[in-house]
Design a binder for this molecule. Structure first.
Ligand code: ADP
Ligand code: MG
Length: 268
């Protein structure tokens, strides 16, 4: 069965595009055929994160206006041949595309690609309806902040109203030291508020920002970071594997919590 997954959120800037790029790459690395669809018409940035911006000739809009074939608009990734990108058009009226047209494009891709991953704008923005229209599954990305979690909750309702029933949660930018100091919501707090099954937790890591700026998804890096491993684990969970959640606490710099852990293991 082909998978059509929208990566979405309530609030902007929480890591949807970062997740789309890294998850797409991670699935491609596992040998799956992946098509990434940039549905954030107007704010095109999935191409930048993937470092493919200079290779774009046509976009989804030219496919829809029949100025090119779908295959012509797909940008193949040279580093990872299992991955293609369908770029969004910039500087176009976002209403130029309808939900039905999005369905057409995505369903055509789904005949050839095992995973079609749609990078969506936030739930409050225009274009959100287009992005979720073709989706069979949704991954909601949130950061552990009250405002993001509250907006994520609204998006769950919108998705359910659209008939998207398979919804999973990704919590991004967790900082274990802050959670421990009670300065940040914990994974458990967020999960209890949203009550949707958790698919992954990604630590806050400045290497994510560096990779964004370089146009090289973190999962392609030679020496894997915890954040890259977190994305790879999400890919494996999507594939149906049972993968334990990373112990992010052991990676923090809080000397006391490390000592506490050390002592605990000694006693046991
Ligand atoms: P969205 O697509 O939801 O608007 P982006 O994926 O563009 O969000 O991410 C917004 C910003 O947050 C980017 O600058 C990105 O590098 C940064 N970011 C995302 N995830 C992380 C993370 N885990 N650690 C550090 N920075 C992150
Ligand atoms: Mg984005």
């Amino acid at each position: 069965m082909n998978r059509i997954i929208v990566i979405t959120s309530g609030k902007g800037g929480v890591g949807k595009t970062t997740t789309s790029a890294n998850l797409g790459m991670a699935l491609a690395k596992l040998g799956r055929q992946v098509a990434l669809v940039d549905a954030d018409f107007g704010l095109r940035n999935l191409d930048l994160l993937l470092g493919l911006e200079n290779r774009i000739v046509y976009t989804a809009v030219e496919v829809l206006s029949k100025d090119c074939r779908l295959e012509q608009a797909l940008v193949k990734d040279k580093r990872q041949p299992n991955l293609v990108l369908l770029p969004a058009a910039q500087n176009r009226n976002k209403e130029a595309v309808t939900p039905d047209q999005m369905k057409l494009l995505v369903n055509a891709l789904a005949t050839k690609y095992k995973y079609v991953i749609i990078d969506s704008p936030a739930g409050i923005e225009m274009g959100f309806k287009n992005a979720i229209a073709p989706a069979k599954e949704a991954l909601i990305v949130t950061t552990p902040e009250i405002s993001a979690v509250r907006d994520a909750d609204r998006v769950v309702g919108l998705l359910e109203a659209q008939g998207v029933k398979q919804i999973h949660l990704i919590i991004n930018r967790i900082r274990p030291a802050m959670v421990q100091a009670n300065d940040m919501m914990s994974v458990q707090d967020v999960q209890e508020l949203l009550a949707i099954p958790l698919l992954g937790v990604i630590p806050d890591d400045e290497r994510v920002i560096i990779s964004t700026n370089r146009g090289e998804p973190l999962v392609l890096s030679e020496n894997p970071s915890l954040a890259a491993m977190a994305f790879e684990n999400i890919a494996r969970r999507l594939e149906g594997e049972t993968v334990e959640f990373l112990d992010l606490d052991s990676a923090n710099t809080n000397i006391f919590s490390r000592l506490k852990k050390l002592l605990r293991t000694k006693i046991v």
